[in-house]
Write a protein that binds this ligand. Structure first.
Ligand code: ZN
Length: 88
């Protein structure tokens, strides 16, 4: 599996984690009322789920696949934005 495949799998994993986090906050909101604690727990959960994001780097130059300049995007680059290497 290439680094792009791993990064793509991580992107799908994060989509699932985001869905779970939104459902968690919605369910807590529905049954216990508005809770900033539930929101904080969902954010911490998303940060924990996303802890490997910085490990998906170009094997040639080390640029992270999820960064486009200064911005982080939810889908990885297929081609390295720095050295132009094909990552798939
Ligand atoms: Zn590169």
């Amino acid at each position: 599996m290439t680094v792009y495949d791993h990064a793509r799998r991580h992107a799908w994993w994060m989509l699932g984690a985001l869905t779970v986090a939104v459902l968690f906050v919605a369910v807590v909101d529905r049954f216990y009322g508005h809770s900033t604690l539930a929101f904080a727990a969902a954010i911490v959960g998303l940060l924990v789920a996303n802890r490997h994001m910085l490990a998906f780097n170009c094997p040639h130059c080390g640029k992270n696949l999820f960064f486009r300049g200064l911005f982080v995007v939810p889908w990885p680059n297929r081609t390295c934005g720095k050295c132009g290497a094909r990552l798939d």
